[in-house]
Ligand binder design. Structure first.
Ligand SMILES: Nc1ncnc2c1ncn2[C@@H]1O[C@H](COP(=O)(O)OP(=O)(O)OP(=O)(O)O)[C@@H](O)[C@H]1O
Length: 369
């Protein structure tokens, strides 16, 4: 177990900056998930912590010791990769025990620790097989075993589940979480899959374009996204976002003429401003199209999820999702009415994309125009 400090860490490839100064304090034993779209720099950040990439600027400390100039093996980190990187000619037992062999650990001790790790990962029946004779999930467990056996202070995971099918991914997620509870090692897990991120993280780090957009618990990030980017990226479906202007009467107007929402309390300060109004799909309900204040839209398709369903609608050419726990009879092409929970409106400045404080949950008093 070890805390990790990341201070103003930057990375450039040649003249091309890809990480622009990241600050992050990770507590000992914490499970951190770095989430972001492809190319945002999350793998680069992880690889700088591991020592696989040089740091262009700033400082990384693991367990109080600056590691900028240390070799990967001197950092006390074990990394699990997406492609597993197993040795094909070695058995499962040899793969798991390889690091100990290289370190000169005696055979008896090695066998004891391999058996221990194999038990923890339910790999005992496969110890004599080679990787080619294993399923994707089993290979992934071997890769985890190889990292675990070194008893690292820090686990680094680079999209380790993305090659697995959906069912296995869920099973491996649970396994990683269980292992973390048992071993308590500080863990950093990189993914672009936000369901994975939400279910695994103690704290989420959302990255965009080489910068950290938000750090917080999954609940904080989901319920209080601090930027338009986070609102649009985190959550399935993503938050509904409508850009418009607050007019002189304090009415939110979008698309030239459609007036939607009157924001009584904040409107005075926001008059004339371009804003983005955000609403989670579950903060909206279906009502009759002629219900007072209903947003009138066309049902596009219904995504049936078993316990719940999402009606994907077309609202004046913009996608708008409504999540429901109750059954619906709506069909594709139907005209629907959408009612919004006005206590769950988020407002972002259209120019900066940052949240306009005091307008998120519970502070926006709004009624339909
Ligand atoms: N060796 C390299 N040389 C030049 N540019 C690189 C190199 N490695 C990565 N990059 C660039 O740095 C940026 C960040 O890459 P990185 O792999 O960290 O992204 P990522 O967020 O992990 O994306 P993904 O989810 O697709 O793996 C990308 O624009 C990428 O093209």
């Amino acid at each position: 177990m070890a805390p990790i400090s990341i201070r103003d860490v930057k990375k450039s490839y040649g003249k091309h900056p890809v990480v622009h100064g990241v600050d992050l304090e990770i507590q000992s034993g914490e499970f951190i998930v770095i989430l972001g779209p492809s190319g945002c720099g999350k793998s680069t950040l992880l690889r700088m912590i591991a020592g696989l990439e040089e740091i262009t600027g700033g400082e990384i400390a693991i367990d109080g010791r600056v590691v900028n100039r240390l070799e990967p093996r001197e950092r006390g980190c074990a990394m699990v990769f997406q492609n597993y990187a197993l040795y094909p000619h070695m058995t499962v037992a040899e793969n798991i025990g390889y690091a100990l062999k290289v370190a000169g650990v005696a055979k008896a001790e090695r066998s004891r620790r391999i058996a221990e790790v194999a038990k923890a990962l339910s790999l005992e029946p496969f110890l004599d097989r080679r990787p080619a004779a294993l399923s994707g999930g089993q290979r992934q467990r071997v890769a985890m075993g190889r990292a675990m056996i070194r008893e690292p202070k820090v686990f680094l995971f680079d999209e380790p589940l993305s090659n697995l099918d959906a069912k296995l991914r869920i099973a491996m997620r649970a396994e990683i979480r269980r292992l973390h509870r048992r071993l308590g090692a500080t863990s950093i897990f990189v993914t672009h899959d936000q369901t994975e991120a939400m279910t695994l993280a103690d704290r989420l780090v959302v990255m965009n374009g080489g910068r950290v957009e938000q750090v917080g618990t999954p609940e904080e990030v989901y319920h209080h996204p601090v930027s338009r980017f986070v609102a649009g990226f985190v959550g399935t479906p993503a938050m509904n976002l409508l850009e418009g202007t607050i007019n002189d009467e304090g009415v939110f107007v979008y698309d030239q003429s459609r007036k939607i929402v009157l924001l009584r309390e904040r409107a005075a300060q926001l008059k004339g401003k371009r804003v983005v109004l955000g609403m989670r799909a579950e903060a909206a309900r279906l009502v009759a199209p002629d219900a007072p204040g209903a947003l009138v839209a066309t049902a596009d398709f219904i995504e049936e999820l078993g316990a719940s369903r999402v009606v994907h609608a077309d609202f004046d050419g913009l996608p708008f999702a409504v999540a429901l726990t109750e059954a619906v009879t709506v069909k594709s092409g139907d005209t629907i009415g959408i009612a919004i929970d006005h206590n769950a409106i988020h407002l972002y400045a259209a120019d900066t994309g940052r949240i306009i404080e005091n307008t998120a949950v519970n502070s926006a008093a709004a009624v339909h125009a």
